[in-house]
Design a protein around this ligand. Structure first.
Ligand code: TYC
Length: 107
């Protein structure tokens, strides 16, 4: 004959707090353009249009800001996207023999 365990009728009042793990937003990075004395203004505008999807007016405004202040923000992106933008811009500038420099820093 099969053996039956006694029915467990009594349940102790135990609860477990659902864990709410702290969610950390992935860090964002500002992609920066640096001024120099040699890169033509029109080339910088082209870079901002081509790699940052800006219209001509916005690109011109950012370029002039960098020209006057020395540095400016092209956009804010997750790390891998920012790294790719920096590489593409620097490679493109170098391939046209311009000293234009693009860098990034945590936002
Ligand atoms: N200063 C450059 C010039 O006078 C123009 C320039 C603007 C260069 C922005 C780089 O990131 C730059 N031709």
């Amino acid at each position: 004959m099969t053996h039956h365990r006694p029915k467990d009728t009594h349940h102790p009042e135990l609860t477990v707090q659902a864990a709410r793990p702290k969610l950390r937003r992935p860090p964002l990075f500002k992609v920066l353009l640096l001024n120099d004395d040699y890169t033509p203004m029109e080339f910088v505008v082209l870079v901002l249009e081509r790699f940052f999807g800006m219209n001509h007016e916005n690109a011109t405004q950012i370029m002039l800001h960098v020209h006057q202040r020395g540095v400016g923000v092209c956009g804010v992106f997750p790390k891998d996207i920012a790294e790719t933008k920096v590489s593409r811009v620097n490679d493109y500038a170098r391939s046209h023999q311009h000293p234009l420099m693009c860098t990034m820093e945590e936002a």
